[in-house]
Design a protein around this ligand. Structure first.
Ligand code: F6P
Length: 322
């Protein structure tokens, strides 16, 4: 391998920069040239590819977002788009590609692999919904941001004896919501993986009020059938008997915008380095992730055809600790 490229794709995640830095520097040590691609697969299609040296990635380890930019590219989902991308890679003499991203991005990696291009994925998404990595880049930082918000909401909730429905990201996965509810001591949690009767949540709030609690927090995953807005409208109709006054807070992209904490910087550094090692071994068409605390590879075919399960014992734990 003499020349590789790296791109970030899909939703940005705190730690992506640390992964880019690790790819660039561990490749440079091997004497390889590294090129950066602007805005994910869009940039690949448009040939927005430029040299990225070891010094160009100085000072980015601690920065959130991605210096390369990211995008969700509808064109790359087409065969024609994928072939254009491969043409760009060939024009620049690139022999291997590292794709840092989540599910959609790794589906793109698999498409390139099927076209015969050497590609390695790095597991990165705040949703933690990617098969092939127990934990993905950005999850820990996003979780801590959600937690800080919950802690703050508890304070104002207590001053006014209010209940807050706090909606967190995660797409169709309840991981962030579940972990935020345990770490934040929430009174209830609503996740897509478990069917919920809004009446059961209402009862939990009533019981919390009757126990004399000054506040109640319900963490709601954005992908749940009853997201915070829907649950809020249900509760609005039952306002009188809830006891608490009710407010809804949707955290949204705030969770993605933080600077990575120590955990994400280290995880991203290890996975970025792992991607270069996989390319060196000639192990292509795989995702580099963390499995049982070891940097591991999983074939992309397996990654995209499996759904990661969350541990529902943690859901039971959350319910016991309210
Ligand atoms: O996949 C990461 C994520 O932040 C999801 O949690 C969320 O549903 C989605 O991206 C938001 O996408 P966008 O940034 O395109 O609005």
């Amino acid at each position: 391998m003499r020349r590789i490229a790296v791109l970030t794709s899909g939703g940005d995640a705190p730690g992506m920069n640390a992964a880019i830095r690790a790819v660039v520097r561990t490749a440079a040590i091997r004497g390889w040239e590294v090129y950066g691609v602007r805005n994910g697969y869009e940039g690949l299609i448009d040939g927005k590819i430029f040299p990225l040296g070891a010094r160009d990635v100085g000072g980015i380890l601690q920065r959130g977002g991605t210096i390369l930019g990211s995008a969700r590219s509808p064109e790359f989902k087409t065969e024609a788009g994928q072939l254009k991308a491969i043409r760009s890679l060939n024009q620049f003499g690139i022999e291997g590609l590292v794709v840092i991203g989540g599910n959609g991005s790794q589906t793109g990696s698999l498409a390139l692999h099927r076209h015969g291009f050497p590609v390695v994925g790095v597991a990165s998404t705040i949703d933690n919904d990617l098969y092939g990595s127990d934990i993905t880049i950005g999850v820990d930082t996003a979780l801590n941001i959600a937690l800080e918000a919950i802690d703050r909401l508890k304070i104002t909730a207590s001053s006014h004896q209010r209940a807050f429905l706090v909606e967190v990201m995660g797409r169709d996965c309840g991981y962030l919501a579940l972990m935020a509810s345990i770490a934040g001591g929430a009174e209830a949690v609503v996740i897509p993986e478990v069917e919920v009767d809004p009446e059961e949540i209402a009862q939990r709030l009533v019981r919390a009020y009757e126990r004399g609690k000054a506040h109640a927090i319900v963490v709601v995953a954005e992908g749940a059938q009853y997201n915070a807005t829907k649950l809020g409208s249900y509760f609005e109709k039952h306002r009188e008997r809830l006891g608490f006054d009710l407010r809804v807070t949707i955290l949204g992209h705030v969770q993605r915008g933080g600077d990575p904490g120590a955990y994400d910087r280290i995880l991203a550094s290890r996975l970025g380095a792992g991607a270069v090692e996989a390319l060196e071994r000639g192990e292509y068409g795989v995702l580099v992730g963390m499995i049982k605390s070891q940097v591991s590879t999983t074939p992309l075919e397996e990654v995209v055809s499996n759904k990661k399960q969350i541990d529902l014992k943690l859901f039971e734990l959350a319910k016991m600790l309210d």
